[in-house]
Design a binder for this molecule. Structure first.
Ligand SMILES: [Zn+2]
Ligand SMILES: [Zn+2]
Length: 782
């Protein structure tokens, strides 16, 4: 050996486990004739390489530039270490933690990222379809580039013993691939085949599944059942789905009734992009998300035709669509030789009402018994529940609606360092976040915090994410709402740690700021439109303009308060909000107006008494409730089965109408002089104009279009007003109302035309599913 031999150590942090990183290191080092070793540790990957200095430089370069596609390198530290000699390059067993005792304390924060689940890759799909391949039609085919990760991980480092694959011994052929550094399945933890399992099973009715059916027999029977209109519980990556033929109205209606689902739309799974394009209009960015490795449900404008029964998604303009993301899905959706079975499936979470998704086989048999006719399961355990993610694409940009499978638990980079924090989010669409240093890890979608099962699911998910991230929170953050169960959970589990609170809409705005990496030195104009959030004055806020940085905010404008009578009743029955707005606008409740006619006379008189006396009323500035009121006034919908249903249907009607040059105008009254009171946008003129148009027989779609245009113009006017008050040139749009594509698109266009920089959500949802991120940064700065 020449005297110029050197040895270097690399500590790599980030998403480097379960993504084929060690094989890549092995192949790279071997090809450069370097000796040494690589190992997974709890902190990432540790590499030592020895050889010619030029080859070591080349190694460092390739590490940086040619890492596997799924890898994310958040930090690479390297230093020289004493030469050791030796031959060959080895992959060593995983070590529980880095052995370095002199590491700086911040090194603990730069740790391994656990990988999300990844949809079946193109190589595996090719083998799945190849009769000559030994994994031909194997329902669990996967490799280092794809397959289950987050949902099967029981700990770190990511190795087979720390997954639910630990129960399966590898056959000789699989073991050979697993140990071969040149193989695509080198150290692929979920590696399996027909010989070594896992295995499918099918159970019909109360039967116990027969253990000896082949996977082909199981699949054929499952497809036959679906073709005959059965509801099938199908075990997926993050839980059970309920599936049925989306073209069979009787089957879909039966599933809807059993699930007590009301009108809430179902998503559908189709075999490929062509089948998707036949059902919905897909812009290129939407097609890319639909076919990408994360495989969320994509909400896209539906086409009129297509084999989708009316009960799949009644009354809504968009259809939620997703492609197969496990080999089992692929096999289930592929047409048989004899053409048996549907091509479009309803795929909905396996649960009843708002309960958490079912993951356990015994629970699935028991709890889904009232819903399913048969069960298609397997013996690979799901360790972590994880619902499907949902996104939509507006003007070519992805807007997350639910960030869960395929995204969790990837961290988001933060613009500044934060202490170890747990943010518990909100009570609706709950998602929590753990954060430390420059990263925030958002957990999977938990849902509505309204029952014991969901609170338990929250606790289990939080403990698991602590395990995977190593974050040990020293403080907790919750919403200011005094009655939030999420906040109560935080107080119950604080164990002496401080529980800080952040105002709801401030957290929304801070989340957008953090996503865009703002350092917070300049305030932004935060426009937060949503259904409900607890205000500083105890009112229900939701139509707010905040001049905000991370530390705090000043409320510079609001929608005018109207009384919200009867809490949940006002949300479930939009006609009550319409009557409240008519009352506030001085429009008499005449029977020719749709919401007046929709409200039973007895309820009407109680409501009138409440609105006049203020009894049982809370003031609200909610933009979400104003959308509900206008939807009811226009006769679109008077009662809802799910949140925002009326607004979604109003948007749907409005999309098919050319955008009017002017919309209904809000009356904006500005605060004067040194007055610190916020400016007020009064919707009364809007409400009067809508009532007049309804009486003039103007179609609901046109009313909706004029209303959307009016809100777009209001956004532009409010931003201009806030700029005059020192708000600068950056506007952050947030809150669930901005899931409305028509509004988001119009508002962004008008604001840009007025010279504003417009920041929208791209990594976390504008709805309360993104709140925890904002709580993290606002609490750390405050
Ligand atoms: Zn693969
Ligand atoms: Zn095998």
């Amino acid at each position: 050996m020449s005297g110029s031999r050197e040895r270097r150590r690399f500590d790599v942090a980030g998403l480097v486990q379960g993504v084929g990183f060690r094989p890549f290191v092995y192949v790279t080092a071997s090809s450069l004739a370097l000796t040494g070793s690589v190992a997974n540790t709890a902190d990432g990957v540790e590499i030592e390489v020895e050889g010619d200095p030029a080859a070591l430089d080349e190694f460092a370069e390739r590490l940086r530039l040619h890492a596997p596609p799924l890898a994310v390198l958040s930090a690479v530290r390297s230093r020289g270490v004493p030469v050791r000699g030796g031959t060959g390059f080895t992959i060593e067993p995983s070590r529980p933690a880095a052995g370095e005792v002199d590491a700086p304390s911040t090194a603990r924060v730069v740790r391994t990222f656990a990988s999300p689940d990844v949809a079946t890759c193109a190589d595996c799909l090719r083998e799945l379809a190849d009769p000559a391949d030994r994994r031909y039609r194997h329902p669990f085919i996967s490799c280092t580039n794809c397959g289950p990760r987050f949902t099967v991980m029981t700990g770190l480092p990511y190795d087979r013993p720390a997954t639910t694959m630990a129960a399966f011994g590898m056959c000789t052929a699989c073991a050979r691939e697993y140990a071969d550094p040149t193989d695509r399945r080198f150290h692929a933890q979920p590696v399996a085949c027909h010989d070594c399992g896992p295995r499918l099973w099918l159970a019909e009715g109360g039967e116990t599944p027969s253990g000896d059916a082949s996977s082909e027999e199981v699949l054929a029977r499952a497809r036959r059942l679906l073709a005959d209109g059965a509801v099938l519980a199908v075990k997926g990556l993050g839980g059970y789905h309920l599936a049925c033929d989306a073209g069979n109205e009787a089957a879909v209606a039966r599933l809807r009734a059993r699930k007590r689902r009301g009108d809430k739309p179902f998503a559908v799974m189709v075999p490929d992009l062509d089948a998707a394009a036949a059902l919905v209009h897909l812009e290129p960015a939407a097609a890319a998300v639909l076919t990408g490795p994360r495989r969320p449900i994509v909400l896209a404008p539906r086409r009129d035709a297509g084999p989708v029964a009316p009960s799949v998604a009644p009354g809504v303009p968009d259809l939620g669509i997703l492609l197969p993301y496990t080999p089992l899905h692929v096999l289930l959706l592929a047409p048989d030789a004899d053409g048996v079975g549907p091509a479009v499936f309803v795929m909905t979470s396996g649960n009843l009402g708002g309960e958490p998704i079912v993951t356990d086989d015994a629970q699935a048999r028991e709890r889904l018994a009232p819903l399913a006719d048969a069960w298609l399961g397997h013996d690979r355990r799901i360790h972590m529940p994880c619902d499907d993610s949902v996104v939509r694409v507006v003007d070519g940009e992805e807007v997350p609606v639910r960030r869960s499978r395929g995204y969790a638990p990837l961290p988001l980079a933060l613009p500044f360092e934060v202490p170890a924090t747990l943010a518990v989010g909100a009570d609706l669409k709950n998602t929590f976040a753990l954060a430390e240093g420059r990263y925030a890890w958002l957990g999977q979608h938990i849902g509505e915090m309204d029952d014991v099962a969901t609170l338990e699911a929250f606790g289990a998910a939080e403990r698991h994410l602590e395990l995977l991230t190593g974050v040990r929170p020293v403080e907790l953050v919750a919403d200011r709402h005094p009655a939030y169960r999420s906040a109560a959970w935080a107080r119950r589990h604080a164990a002496g740690r401080p529980v800080r609170t952040v105002q709801h809409h401030h957290a929304h705005v801070a989340a957008v700021m953090a996503e865009h990496g703002l350092d917070g030195s300049e305030p932004v104009i935060g426009i937060a439109f949503d259904g409900t959030g607890y205000g500083l004055d105890g009112a229900v806020w939701g139509g707010e303009v905040l001049l905000a940085d991370y530390k705090g905010f000043r409320r510079v404008a609001q929608l005018r308060y109207v009384p919200l009578a009867g809490g949940d009743a006002a949300v479930e029955r939009p006609y009550r909000m319409a009557l409240a707005h008519l009352h506030a606008a001085g429009v008499p409740w005449d029977d020719d107006l749709p919401p007046v006619a929709a409200c039973p006379p007895a309820e009407r008189s109680v409501l009138r008494h409440q609105l006049v006396s203020g009894f049982g009323c809370v003031p609200t500035s909610s933009m979400g409730r104003l959308f509900d009121a206008v939807a009811s006034l226009a006769g679109v919908r008077h009662a809802v089965d799910y949140e925002a249903q009326a607004a979604i249907e109003l948007e749907g009607r409005s999309r098919h109408v050319p955008e009017p040059a002017t919309g209904y105008a809000f009356e904006l009254s500005c605060a004067h002089g040194d007055d610190v009171a916020p400016a007020v946008a009064d919707p009364a003129p809007v409400v009067r104009a809508v009532a007049a148009d309804v009486r003039a027989g103007v179609p609901a779609g046109v009313i909706g279009a004029r209303f959307h245009r009016g809100v777009v113009d209001l956004v532009a006017a409010l931003a201009a007003l806030a700029r005059d008050q020192g708000g600068g040139g950056t506007v952050a749009l947030t809150g669930g109302v901005f899931q409305n594509a028509l509004l988001l698109s119009g508002a962004r266009r008008e604001l840009r035309a007025s010279g504003f920089t417009v920041l929208c959500h791209r990594n976390v949802p504008p709805n309360d599913g993104g709140l925890a991120l904002g709580q993290v940064v606002a609490a750390a700065a405050g």
